[in-house]
Ligand binder design. Structure first.
Ligand SMILES: [Zn+2]
Length: 279
């Protein structure tokens, strides 16, 4: 069932949209021992994997701006694809979206942007990190990638092609649109980015894929998923993000945190923990 949650952020409103369920098992992770996995699973009352997680997308509305941040997985990922139903619950039609911000170009974040190779959001400008655009369009990178992952390049290419006349790119930390700044979070992909909307208590940092499985990577931030392009950098980025978020008590949102996926990072023992936000 589609599910949405609307709350104030920045000078507008955010709607968290549940796109579907993702199931990820411990075999997808490295940098975490079997004993640590067992402990993490026990914390959520499980003795074995996989672990059920959410796939979220976010809608930001501010004045006349209607901005979608990521698009869920649609046909690319079984069990997902409820974005359009969620937007409908929020009384938004695909033609109403005037901008799409991409945290990165993985299938569970861009699958919902196309339908049979055609753009779903016909009036939207697509904003993509330049490093991600370059990486996923590079034929040599595709060639070097194991067969199973080549489909990632194909889907990114298809999306960039469908929106080719209305793509703009950003680099590093930039104001991507008034009131929204990109935050470089490299490692998971070269251009993986968060988006900071407003600041202070009413602010929200949408951190993309800093976390894939909350139960593993919050207590064990060194646990990295097989999809990381550069897992060492991804681990360093995750730890730095957790430290900053807990020190500054940032309100954060994540695409794979339990829907609506909004909370505060709290340091606990050697690791971290997510305190859900009251929204
Ligand atoms: Zn993801």
């Amino acid at each position: 069932m589609p599910s949405i949650k609307k709350f104030a952020a920045g000078s507008g409103t955010i709607t968290s949209i549940y796109d579907g369920e993702l199931l990820l098992g411990p075999e997808m992770f490295s940098g975490i021992s079997d004993a640590e996995v067992t402990k993490c699973l026990a914390n959520i009352g499980q003795t074995e994997g996989p672990v059920s997680g959410s796939l979220n997308a976010y809608l930001y509305q501010d004045g006349d701006k209607t901005i979608l941040i990521d698009s869920g997985g649609k046909a690319a990922i079984p069990g997902t694809g409820q974005l359009l139903d969620g937007l409908k619950l929020a009384s938004i039609a695909p033609r109403d979206i005037d901008m799409v911000l991409c945290t990165h170009l993985h299938p569970d974040h861009i699958g919902g942007l196309i339908d049979n190779g055609e753009a779903v959001f016909t009036n939207a400008e697509l904003k993509v990190n330049e490093a991600d655009r370059e990486f996923w369009l590079n034929a040599e990178n595709r060639e070097k990638t194991p067969e199973d992952f080549k489909v990632f390049f194909d889907l990114a290419g298809a999306v960039l092609n469908a929106y080719q006349d209305r793509i703009s790119t950003f680099i590093g930390e930039a104001e991507v649109v008034s009131g929204v700044n990109s935050v470089p979070l490299p490692g998971h992909t070269p251009g993986h980015s968060g988006f900071q909307i407003g600041d202070g208590e009413n602010g929200l940092l949408i951190w993309g894929d800093i976390v894939h499985v909350q139960a593993f990577q919050m207590p064990q931030p060194k646990a990295s998923i097989a999809f990381d392009v550069d897992s060492q950098t991804a681990v360093a980025t995750r730890i730095a993000m957790f430290e900053r978020a807990s020190k500054e008590r940032l309100r954060i949102a994540g695409m794979h945190l339990a829907h609506p996926g909004v909370g505060h990072v709290v340091a606990r023992g050697d690791g971290f923990w997510l305190e859900p936000a009251h929204i």
